[in-house]
Design a binder for this molecule. Structure first.
Ligand code: COA
Ligand code: AMP
Length: 634
């Protein structure tokens, strides 16, 4: 099968195509139904199927006789630890933790929040939830207590699973105080907390509420997987939208397993004997799909890395892991490679490592900028694949399908639509754009299996946020164009979401935090270019009349507020005071104009602007403060 045929089949006969793919995984009851309209205006995949993801990821391989093969390699430069779990060992741990959760009364459909550093127990907790049909919601460790509280209130978990600390480079970050604060802040109160004590820091447990992971495991009995319906939610993963309230992306069980299994082969070219390393974090979708579920469902070996591309200990860290564990495919964010390149431009650290096992480097999380593409291609001497996807889709929308047939690469493009994704460029409803014309990127419905099934407890938001803009299409929130060869070029977001070091953040959320400062009358947060992190947020603030505060003092206070409310991951480090902000006559701040100024793009001033001279004023101030992208980074 070549790419063209496979793609055509997937979009012309999706039911037939995906029911065929569904045969590649093991079901308790194999589905006969492909995509069916559901009664809430969307679609379900494999409605009559029954399966269990923990079974697919673990028991299936042990039963198939490969229990002694490495399933998960934990590589932690920050604790100087390497730990290898075979499929059998991982299954034992998962079945025991699932038993512990069951003993605490957790049952199918209950939510469990996992707030963990990059340690094997994070993956064990996720798989244990899947085993008993509990719905996990992993929250990234770089979020502050307040963000955790927001997620607690939305997901209403019965328990929170956490660890005593995270280790970020050389910093030890106690997690327990954060979790306690989040529980205090949240209106909804979970029944308890399960904590894994790390030897680097012992957390004090509250009797009657906190449970020690090790003690629970010592007295637990393993439990068997619970078969669940294909549409049963496997997890909720919160992601940034345009408002302050994060969106709880819900992933179904059946479509997810089929899609990930397919993508491991078709996109990544991974076979069961391979070692796959996604250098991300379990708190992000990449970690869910390609540190935990994808490689394990495929029966391959996955690497869980607790470290950074630089500083743990140096810019040779990635090469060291590739050599040590004979990694075949690496998946990383461009920002990680920019950080390595900045520190070791000639890649001299690479000279002492043998990375000949590496076949392909995949990049995602943000557009792979051509300089980083060329640098990585030259230094690693393997194909470098930019691929585009979102938390919502759960797997790549566009990629160079290395497992079907590698295609030529076009720097700056995430290549072609992955089978199943009918990608179009639109301007107005149903108006598909000509070749090369720029517009909003949308995906014709139905989306393939594995994409979000709704927003947790807020189906109307799902419909209004993704399906209402273009009738019959899913709006991705990205814009770009498709060239004459069908290659997709993603240019950026159409909304107020920015991408900082491969992390998706809402500027609207940061604005809410800045607006809470007593000196701030109005504000706007925009993303400005940064050489390593891609973008960094900057706050433009207008002071209240008669307020006297030094700009540097205000900046410090605003930085602290964002850290407290959102977390260090926001990387909010800069604000400037402006006299005016470009606004419409009705008082709406023209964010698009500000984004265009920062991006050094031609500014389109709408006719509704209140005072056109405000554009030039803000523009020259931003230029003066070095907040406008240079011509090279337009
Ligand atoms: N727990 C707690 N804090 C965390 C954290 C975590 N899991 N992850 C990040 N943070 C903190 C950092 O300590 C830092 O705090 P500081 O302001 O006190 O220094 C802040 O959040 C920003 O972190 P980060 O953006 O990671 O910056 P960095 O300078 O430490 O590292 C990179 C820069 C480029 C090396 C790093 O961002 C990176 O490797 N990015 C890749 C991202 C990625 O894999 N994304 C997934 C998409 S595929
Ligand atoms: P997240 O949901 O955190 O994975 O972020 C998804 C968003 O990141 C997308 O909507 C894009 O804006 C951006 N993104 C991810 N991968 C790419 C890529 N390869 N090229 C361009 N943008 C990307």
């Amino acid at each position: 099968m070549n790419y063209k045929n496979e793609y055509a089949q997937s979009t012309q006969s999706p039911d037939e195509f995906w029911l065929q793919q569904a045969k590649e995984i093991d079901w308790y009851r194999r589905p006969t139904m492909g995509c069916t309209p559901s009664n809430n205006g969307y679609y379900n995949w494999f409605e009559d199927g029954m399966l269990n993801t923990s079974y697919l990821a673990l028991d299936y391989h042990v039963d198939a006789g490969v229990g002694d093969k490495a399933a998960l390699i934990y590589e932690s430069p920050v604790t100087q630890t390497t730990q290898i779990f075979t499929y059998r060992e991982l299954l034992e741990q998962v079945a025991l933790f699932a038993g512990a959760l069951s003993r605490l009364g957790v049952t199918k459909g209950d939510r469990i929040i996992v707030y963990m550093p990059m340690i094997p127990q994070a993956a064990i907790a996720m798989l244990a939830c899947a085993r008993i049909g509990a719905i996990h919601s992993v929250v990234f460790g770089g979020f502050a207590a307040n963000e955790l509280a927001v997620r607690i209130d939305d997901a209403k978990p019965t328990f929170i699973v956490t660890a005593s600390c995270g280790i970020e480079g050389s910093k030890l970050l106690p997690y327990k105080p954060l979790v306690d604060e989040a529980i205090t802040l949240a209106k909804y109160k979970p029944q308890g907390c399960i904590l894994f004590q790390r030897e680097q820091l012992n957390a004090k447990l509250k009797a009657g509420f906190d449970h020690d992971w090790a003690l629970l495991m010592a007295s637990s009995e393993p439990v068997a997987p619970t078969p669940v319906e294909a549409n049963h939610p496997l997890y909720i993963l919160y992601t940034s939208g345009t408002t302050g309230k994060p969106k709880g992306v819900v992933r179904d069980t059946g479509g997810h397993a089929v899609a990930l299994n397919y993508s491991m082969g078709a996109v990544y070219g991974i076979k069961a004997q391979d070692t796959f390393w996604a250098a991300s974090d379990v708190g992000w979708v990449v970690g869910h799909s390609y540190i935990v579920y994808g490689p394990l469902i495929k029966g391959a070996t996955t690497v869980l890395y607790e470290g950074k591309p630089v500083g743990t200990p140096d810019a040779g860290a990635f090469w060291h892991v590739i050599e040590k564990h004979k990694v075949n495919v690496l998946f990383a964010a461009p920002t990680a490679f920019r950080a390595i390149r900045k520190e070791d431009p000639e890649a001299t650290k690479l000279e002492k490592y043998d990375i000949t096992t590496l076949r392909t480097l995949f990049m995602a999380g943000e557009r792979l900028d051509p300089p980083t593409y060329y640098w990585a291609s030259e230094k690693l001497a393997v194909p470098v694949v930019d691929h585009w996807w979102q938390t919502e889709t759960g797997w790549p929308i566009c990629a160079n399908p290395m497992g079907i047939a590698p295609m030529k690469t076009k720097p700056g493009s995430s290549s072609v639509p992955t089978p199943g994704f009918n990608v179009k460029v639109l301007v107005n409803a149903h108006e598909e754009q000509a070749i090369g014309a720029k517009g909003a990127i949308a995906i014709k419905l139905p989306l393939p299996p594995g994409c979000l099934s709704t927003i947790w407890q807020d189906h109307p938001r799902f419909i209004s946020g993704y399906l209402n803009e273009f009738d019959g299409y899913y709006s991705t929130g990205d814009n770009g164009y498709i060239d004459e060869d069908g290659y997709v070029f993603i240019m950026g977001r159409t909304d107020d979401v920015i991408n900082v070091a491969g992390h998706r953040l809402s500027t609207g959320e940061m604005e809410e935090v800045l607006a809470g400062h007593p000196a701030v009358a109005e504000c706007s947060v925009i993303g400005v270019h940064n050489d390593v992190k891609g973008q960094l947020p900057v706050g433009l603030v207008l002071l209240k009349d008669d307020v006297l505060i030094e700009e540097s003092v205000l900046e410090k206070e605003l930085i602290e507020r964002v850290r407290e409310a959102i977390g260090p991951v926001a990387c909010f480090k800069r604000s400037i005071v402006v006299n005016r902000l470009p606004k419409t006559r009705s008082g709406k701040i023209l964010r698009k104009v500000l984004r265009q100024i920062a991006g050094n793009e031609p500014v389109t001033v709408p006719s509704t602007i209140d005072d056109p001279s405000s554009v030039d004023e803000v523009s020259s101030l931003m230029r003066e403060k070095g907040l406008v992208a240079s011509d090279e980074h337009k």
